[in-house]
Design a protein around this ligand. Structure first.
Ligand code: SAM
Length: 254
């Protein structure tokens, strides 16, 4: 079993706990990342209209394809690279017990689907799930917390010990739930500018906002003053609204 693909399969009682939180309806279409042997895919397909699942491991995909019902489509692909938009209809939902080694790039890709999917329920390393759901001011608050906070309601409804999986991973796991909001809670006109600002602002967490940003933005001090944001603050103390407003002002300058 190629452990390097993050293959830790959910045991049946854990699948039931997860399904209770997802609460699939019979008219819903799901995009699943990493179906593996189908532990989640098959019970989901029994309750939903359709499941499209993206699996990188060709042998697993082939085996699942052979045993799955007609409302399941298994796509053999790398979910980090695949055109996920093309695989899910508008109003669909996204689920998965994610391979932890690629959880960060996958979480970034899921944000691209915010206009397309209603919500996201994904199993992650607990530490990663908590980081994304953490509020400003906490040690864990970072780039993905701000990005998800700008477009979704985020929480961690379930945690799972290593023994919930076979073979058990070394870390505890948790489900991150992100429900995309329309309109989003914070208007972000240029998501790319916000992401660039966040990468710069969080480059050195122990430095102040001003120290992290002064080389990148000429009129930084003036904008911070207009927004009433002290340059001496640490990046993790800024709210999603403050980051969004700052990104918008700075983008006007370039
Ligand atoms: N959903 C199954 C379960 O809960 O039992 C398997 C979950 S396992 C944690 C992660 C799955 O993702 C594995 O089947 C693995 O082969 C697959 N996988 C790993 N990297 C992937 C990638 N880049 N794109 C798509 N699937 C991937």
């Amino acid at each position: 079993m190629p452990r390097r693909l993050g293959q830790h399969f959910l045991r049946a009682p854990s699948v039931e706990r997860l399904l209770r939180v997802i609460a699939p309806r019979s008219d819903e279409v799901f995009l699943e990342i990493g179906p593996g042997a189908g532990a989640l895919t098959l019970p989901l397909a029994a309750r939903a209209a359709r499941v499209v699942a993206v699996e990188i491991d060709g042998a697993l995909a082939q085996r699942l394809r052979a045993s799955a019902p007609a409302n399941v489509e298994i796509v053999t692909a790398d979910a980090v690279e695949a055109d996920l938009r093309a695989l899910v209809p508008a109003g669909g939902r996204l689920v998965g017990n994610l391979p932890y080694y690629v959880s960060s790039p996958l979480l970034r890709r899921f944000l691209e689907l915010r206009e397309r999917v209603r919500d996201v329920h994904v199993m992650l390393q607990e530490e990663v799930a908590r980081r994304i759901a953490s509020p400003p001011g906490s040690k864990e608050y970072g780039i993905l917390s701000v990005m998800y906070g700008a477009w979704a309601n985020v929480d961690v409804p379930l945690t799972f010990p290593p023994g919930a999986f076979a073979p058990p991973p070394r870390v505890s796991s948790a489900v991150l739930r992100a429900r995309f909001l329309h309109p989003p809670p914070v208007p972000v006109r240029d998501p790319a500018a916000l992401e660039t600002l966040l990468h710069r602002a969080f480059r050195h967490r122990r430095k102040t906002l001003e120290n992290n940003l002064e080389d990148s933005y000429a009129n930084l001090k003036q904008h911070l003053r207009l927004l009433n944001i002290e340059g001496s603050r640490r990046p993790e103390t800024l709210s999603v609204v403050e980051f969004a407003k700052l990104a918008e002002m700075l983008a006007r300058d370039v």
